[in-house]
Design a protein around this ligand. Sequence first.
Ligand code: MN
Length: 328
Amino acid sequence: MRKIALEEHFTSPELSSYAHGPGSSMNREGFGRFEKGLLDFDGARLEAMDRAGIELAVLSVTTPGVQAEPDAHLAIRRAREANDLLARQIQRHPTRYAGFAHLPLQDPSAAANELSRCIEDLGFKGAMINGHTNGRYLDEDIYHPFWERVQQLDVPIYLHPRDPHDMPHIYRGHPELLGATWSWTVETATHALRMVFGGTFDRFPGVRLVLGHMGETLPYLLWRLDSRTRIQSGADQGRRRLPSEVIRKHIAVTTTGVCAHAALLCAVSALGEDSVMFSVDYPYEDCSVAAEFIATAPISEAVRAKICHGNAERLLRIEVEQTNRKVA
Ligand code: MN
C-alpha cells in the first residue's frame, strides 16, 4: 500500500553540530552513525523509501536544530538557510519529498514570519518544532503571536522530542534512560500536556498538533488524565473541556519508532482512525520494519489506507497527484 511518511529527518553541515552539542543526549560518535543518512537526499534514502513503498516523505531538520542556538540572530539566519536547502531538494524531487519548516522560536514573531514564508513561498506543509527553545515551552504567553499565525495559515505543527532543558535528578546515574529510550517521551508528552492544560487549544481552536512515537504515551492515559482532572478541578470542571476531548480534537499521532500492534490499536481506539498516521523516523528507524509493521497490523484495509496515506493527505493537504504513482 502506498505510504506517506512525515517524521523523516535531514541535516546540513551547519546544523549537525546542534545534534551532538551541549545538552544533547547524543554524542558525536552516536550521531556519526546517522549523519550520512541525514545528509543524503539522492541515494540510500530514496532506495529505502522505494523498498518500503513510501511515495512521499515530509522532511524536517533533525532535533534540536537551531532551537539549541543561544544567539537568536544566528538561529533566524540558519533556519532560513535550512528551509532554503530543503526547498531546493524538494524542487529536485518534487514527487518524493515535501517539507516541514524549521523555525527560530527564540524570536516568536520571526518564527511566525518564517513559517509564513515557508508555507506561502516554498509550499511547505507545516512545521516541526523540536521541543523547548532554550527552556521556553509553546504554551507560554510569548508564543501567542506565533499560534495566531499558525491558526491563520491553518497548517499542522509537529512537536518532536529533544532533551530536557534541565536534567531531572531522577536520571542521575542512568544515562541509558536518556534520549529516545525514555526521557524524550516524558519531555514531549509533558510539553503537549502543558498546551492541553494551559489552554493553548482553547485560545487558538484552529491549532492542530502532531506527536510522533504513537502519541508519546498519551493515547494510553486519556482515562486517567480525565479522572484526575475531574477530581482536582471539582465544580470548575463543568466549564472546561476534559483533557481527552482536547487531545482527540487537536492532536494527531504518527507511528514513528513504535512498531507494535498493541500500541497502534490503542492509538486508533483512543484517538480515532482519522488521527493516526504512518511514519518512520528515518534514518534512526528502518523503513522496511515500519512498512512490515503496518502491512501486518490487524486492522481493516479501509483503516490501513487512512493510516498509510489518507489522513496525511487530508491534514497536510497533500495533492494525490504530487505523489509518485510508480511506487507500489
Ligand atoms: Mn524523529
